[in-house]
Design a binder for this molecule. Structure first.
Ligand code: SF4
Ligand code: SF4
Ligand code: SF4
Length: 368
């Protein structure tokens, strides 16, 4: 009964999204494995892995990086395609297609909210990018494999178990498997809206969020945008947002494009047509509608809110600076770190793979 009620509460516009996610599971996972087998790969690891080729090992040279790219060549193409699509249309991969992020969301819909943990109020942006920087730089330095906390392994292995593949059971009983399954339950199935792993730990989500935020500045890109004059500040969209990307600012909805996944649920639940997935161009015939009543306010759709009526307060200015400084500081530290950990041969222009990498690197193809 609870499952039926859970699915009855889904807005009609979201049903199609769930159907695509379920279809995507059948295309990517056992027993069908349709898309991975098209490129002669057993699952989402190996040459289709989109989460490892950019990891930095101390002493890594450009030749090592090129070799990583070659090993997971298809993963590089897939990741590029995801990021390009995101730049122009928003995070359609994460919101509509990714079976790894989508499955926990669908499953979590079937559980009662009273059993779920609410993570959406946590400061997700600092946690996500703090984890992402340690994922790219620190974890490889200490020899921790990127596969240790990878839901791109965990969820396919669950399907392996269900379809009788012994490698699924072996994974589920291993230490890494148990840690990952616990994370899947805590940050997925039993998280409110099921997307806490995407919010905090997924490196693809971290990169995709940055590209989403960057593209949102341009008026011709499609994004979830709010029309400020229409928004009544009712908070319904924020309560329904699966990633906690909407906050109310002076009783107007503001979307954080670093966290929004373009799922369109906020669009489906807004009674005032005040939030849409669209470009920022002005329309000829603006209307505000609710139950037969029409208004004609001027319209200016915004993906990233820039206060125009009131100048930003000192506090807001400080906040903006803090974010920009942190980002610049991170890039400078990353460059310094890479520069100092280069072997002498590489600094002088050698293109041969370094001994440090050969000794320390973790094989790109995951071993099961
Ligand atoms: S954040 Fe990662 S796991 Fe979540 S939907 Fe996007 S790619 Fe998939
Ligand atoms: S965008 Fe719509 S649902 Fe969200 S606060 Fe404004 S009026 Fe309410
Ligand atoms: S802001 Fe809207 S589209 Fe973006 S994640 Fe939240 S509900 Fe989905």
């Amino acid at each position: 009964m609870r499952i039926i009620e859970g699915f009855k509460s889904i807005p009609p516009g979201q049903l199609l999204r769930y159907e695509i996610i379920i279809l995507s599971c059948t295309l990517f996972f056992s027993p069908f494995l349709f898309l991975p087998s098209l490129v002669d790969n057993p699952d989402l690891c190996g040459k289709v892995c989109i989460r490892r080729f950019y990891l930095y090992f101390p002493g890594m040279s450009t030749a090592d990086f090129a070799s990583n790219v070659q090993v997971s060549s298809i993963g590089v193409y897939v990741l590029s395609l995801i990021l390009i699509t995101t730049f122009f249309f928003g995070r359609l991969w994460c919101g509509y297609i990714c079976p790894v992020g989508g499955l926990p969301e669908v499953v979590s819909r079937t559980f009662s909210d009273k059993w779920k943990i609410e993570y959406r109020g946590l400061p997700q942006v600092p946690i996500r990018y703090g984890y992402f920087s340690s994922y790219v730089f620190l974890m490889p330095m200490f020899g921790i494999s990127a596969c240790t906390l990878c839901n791109f392994i965990t969820i396919p292995r669950i399907f392996d178990v269900m379809s009788g593949n012994p490698k699924g059971l072996a994974f589920a009983l291993s230490a890494v498997g148990l840690v990952n399954l616990s994370l899947l339950f805590l940050l997925g199935f039993f998280a409110t809206k099921g997307r806490a792993y995407c919010q905090f730990l997924c490196p693809i989500g971290a990169m995709d969020g940055l590209v989403n935020r960057l593209g949102a500045k341009l008026r011709f890109t499609r994004r979830i945008r709010v029309e400020r004059d229409r928004c009544t500040g009712c908070n319904v969209c924020a309560r329904n947002c699966m990633t906690g990307a909407i906050k109310m600012e002076n009783r107007i909805a503001v979307v954080d494009q670093l966290s929004c996944m373009s799922c369109n649920e906020c669009v489906d639940v807004c009674d005032w047509n005040a939030i849409e997935w669209r470009t920022a161009h002005l329309e000829e015939d603006p209307k505000r509608k609710k139950k037969g009543v029409e208004y004609f306010p001027p319209r200016e759709w915004e993906a990233v809110r820039m206060p125009v009526d009131t100048p930003p307060s000192k506090k807001e200015n400080l906040k903006l600076h803090w974010q920009k400084l942190a980002l610049c500081g991170f890039f400078v530290m990353a460059l310094v770190f890479v520069g100092f950990t280069q072997p002498d041969g590489e600094r002088k222009g050698s293109a041969t793979p370094s001994a440090a990498v050969t000794n320390n690197s973790i094989p790109l193809i995951a071993k099961d």
